[in-house]
Design a protein around this ligand. Structure first.
Ligand SMILES: [Zn+2]
Length: 66
């Protein structure tokens, strides 16, 4: 394989990865918003540890450190 071919392949792969990451970031934001919506409407039932508490319904977590 010549250098030009390798460079072109890398260029294509890099571009493809950037495209996929852009799509996944967008999906991640949407999923975070969905979860946030559920957590906002939840009547939390917290399970407490010494450092944090976590809702056993929606998995919302709060640190108990100030
Ligand atoms: Zn909750």
């Amino acid at each position: 394989m010549d250098r030009l071919f390798i460079n072109n392949t890398r260029k294509k792969q890099a571009k493809q990865l950037i495209n996929e990451m852009t799509i996944l970031r967008h999906e991640l934001i949407q999923l975070e918003q969905k979860l946030e919506h559920i957590q906002r409407q939840c009547h939390h039932q917290f399970l407490e540890t010494t450092t944090m508490r976590k809702c056993k319904i929606c998995h919302y977590t709060e640190s108990l450190h100030y």
